[in-house]
Design a protein around this ligand. Sequence first.
Ligand code: ATP
Length: 292
Amino acid sequence: SKREGFSTIPNVKWEDIGGLDFLRKEFDRYIVRRIKHPEDYEAVHDRLIRAVHDKEWVGFIKVSHFQGFGVDLETGFLLYGPPGCGKTLIAKAVANEAGANFIHIKGPELLNKYVGESELAVRTLFSRARTCSPCILFFDEVDALTTTRGKQGGWVVERLLNQLLIELDGAEQRRGVFVIGATNRPEVMDPAVLRPGRFGKLLYVPLPSPDERGLILKALARKKPIDASVDLSFIGQMEACENFSGADLAALMNEAAMLALEDRLTSTETNLDAASFTIKSTHFEQAVGKIS
Ligand code: ATP
């Protein structure tokens, strides 16, 4: 399932993500609900058009569903922000929540092809996404594909970018295919790809606040044997964790688990059962010292 460009439904759930509620709400309304209840969006659209043609009374149309009112709902998104704060995780969770297929592409890998092959690869990806729709096409490090034309990369990037724009603009054929890009460097991206219908909706994924660090630790703890005495909110507030990203917190959690395991292995007590192997506050304290 890890082969480049192939689709699966990811197993990341929203509970695995700490904080970022704002993004969850945005993606719920822009992607998840549209995949799960397409009739709310598309049927209304058809009906409004028919109503206008027949000069029918349009009062019955559910105004909460807006597509029929000329509001085009965006299908392309750009997640930007510092590394390790959950961009990939969110994209996977959106696919999981929607029950959609997920295709993960790393920008630089598309570039590492022979001349001409990159464009073909882009076409193939979109056609594969259509075949397995509903589908989320995730472009990690998307800046590599769209660095302002004429700069580094030259005409290989230019041709690749043009192909990408052609595919992104084929919105009618893109039904059920949503595109999410991720980048740490939005400022180097060609403005042409940031227009509506392309990667039109920009969403910032920030470094976590102290409270959010606690939430991330709690999300990460779901799969770990944490001792009941450990206060993860308190650990999140610690000054030593300032400027930690989600990835740093995952490393912290892992280090604490390693230390707990080593304690367990070197323990002279013989009657320790698996249940008494837990990660304790002391392990977190030691781990913080190692990570920061
Ligand atoms: P990059 O820009 O480097 O690709 P990213 O923003 O895509 O980073 P992810 O790959 O989503 O970051 O996160 C890396 C790891 O950090 C995740 O696998 C997870 O363990 C942890 N992590 C990051 N953010 C969060 C979060 N908000 N909640 C829980 N875990 C997180």
